[in-house]
Ligand binder design. Structure first.
Ligand code: PLP
Length: 399
């Protein structure tokens, strides 16, 4: 890997990322079978099966497989149909692709702060950002914790704002008994290599609550392809296929190619059978870690012993003001690769250049400047967890 202005990094006994995804033999066999037997390799039976299974799992009418969550957000942003001056309220503490599709499609972003204890947006943080100009609210269930969707849907309705749930990190999470992603006008899921389940590195899904929106997604995803409407003299006349997309309020909808292949869909369908077990195992493991650290006031962890958290990531706030020293000691003395993540979006040059460099988000700044994200992929071994806990104990005694 090329190194840019990076000091030497130590050898990590416990690296941040997982070494494998621990696919089962049955899953690997399924992939081989589709490789052997599928005729089209895309836009076929496996996609259909995966979409139906995902919709049932989520308790929604219809789910659409897409190439990744960002593609799903891109389509959602297109369907929001922004006019000049429309605003999108979004927390600055999230991954960049929660935000930029909305910029690309003409919205003005309004940065919301996060709740300091849950580290996701809440009604309290969103409300001051709302106005007559608000067209949409983006709610990332960051780290795998389900935001207060009943409350957020209620204020969104008051302002006639659309709600986009970013469920990239939170598949299978339940909020008041209903799945994350089953509340919003749009919701997106990611099956990227870093997430709790992965369809071979890339993959995603998009759900739209409105039937008219949902009906447009297969076309928006697949180059605008559709059937000819006029009676045809021969199957080849005038050509193999038609391309068309309706307009939304006189604005032409533009096509994309965001399809997910058959091999990935077949694997995705199988992974849905064990996503709840993966989530449950991660939560149990996170709770053990958190409870072990309960006597350590230097670390502030968010404890949630319910399906509302899948602990996709395990993060903490270092309360002693020497976070960097903590991470340095974890890395260089104990070989444990902790990282810092979700650079407040208003600090990125990309958003600064767009005039989005200013924000009043004290909780976002405070958390980011003191946060640490521990290695926590689901293939961590028990002894690696113990190694992390032992290192934390020793490092905290010193720094
Ligand atoms: C990973 C992630 C995305 C993007 O997912 P892709 O499938 O890689 O496009 C979007 N939002 C959040 C919160 C994420 O963690």
């Amino acid at each position: 890997m090329p190194k840019h202005n990076m000091p030497d990094t130590p050898h990590f006994a416990v690296p941040f990322g997982g070494r494998s995804h621990a696919y089962t033999e049955k899953e690997i066999e399924k992939v081989r079978q589709i490789m052997r037997d599928s005729t089209g390799l895309t836009q076929g039976q496996e996609q259909h099966i995966f979409e139906n299974k995902l919709a049932t799992f989520l308790g929604v009418e219809k789910a659409h497989a897409v190439s990744n969550a960002t593609a799903g957000l891109e389509i959602a942003a297109q369907l929001c149909d922004f006019r000049d001056g429309d605003e999108v309220v979004i927390p600055a503490h999230t991954f960049t692709s929660s935000a930029y599709p909305f910029v690309k499609h003409g919205a003005q972003l309004i940065w919301a702060d996060i709740d300091p204890s849950t580290r996701v947006v809440s009604v309290e943080q969103i409300e001051p950002c709302l106005s007559k100009k608000t067209r949409a609210i983006v709610v990332p269930h960051l780290y795998g914790y389900g935001a207060d969707m009943p409350g957020i849907m209620e204020i969104a309705e008051k302002y006639s704002a659309l709600v986009i749930e970013d469920v990239a990190q939170a598949i299978g999470v339940r909020i008041d008994g209903k799945m994350a992603g089953a509340y919003g006008d749009f919701s997106v899921f990611s099956f990227h290599a870093h997430k709790n389940i992965s369809t071979l590195g890339e993959g995603g899904a998009l759900v739209a609550r409105d039937e008219d929106h949902s009906r447009l997604i297969p076309q928006l995803r697949h180059n605008g392809h559709c059937n000819f409407t006029q009676p045809r003299e021969g199957y080849w006349i005038p050509a193999m296929g038609n391309v068309d997309l309706p307009s939304l309020n006189e604005k032409a909808l533009l096509p994309n190619n965001f399809c997910l292949g058959e091999v990935q869909c077949a694997l995705g369908a199988m992974l849905l059978d064990r996503v709840e077990k993966i989530n449950c195992d991660k939560r149990q493991r996170a709770l053990r870690f958190i409870d072990t650290c309960s006597e350590k006031p230097q670390l502030e962890l968010h404890r949630e012993d319910s399906p509302r958290h899948n602990y996709h990531l395990l993060v903490a706030k270092v309360t002693t003001g020497n976070r960097d020293e903590f991470i340095r000691a974890m890395a260089f003395d104990y070989g444990i690769q902790c990282i810092v993540q979700y650079y407040p979006l208003y600090r990125y040059s990309f958003y600064r250049k767009l005039g989005l460099g200013k924000a009043k988000c004290p909780n976002t700044d405070e958390f980011f400047d003191n946060m640490v994200s521990f290695p926590f992929h689901h293939t961590l071994e028990e002894d690696q967890i113990e190694q992390i806990v032992r290192a934390v104990t020793s490092v905290l005694a010193k720094v």
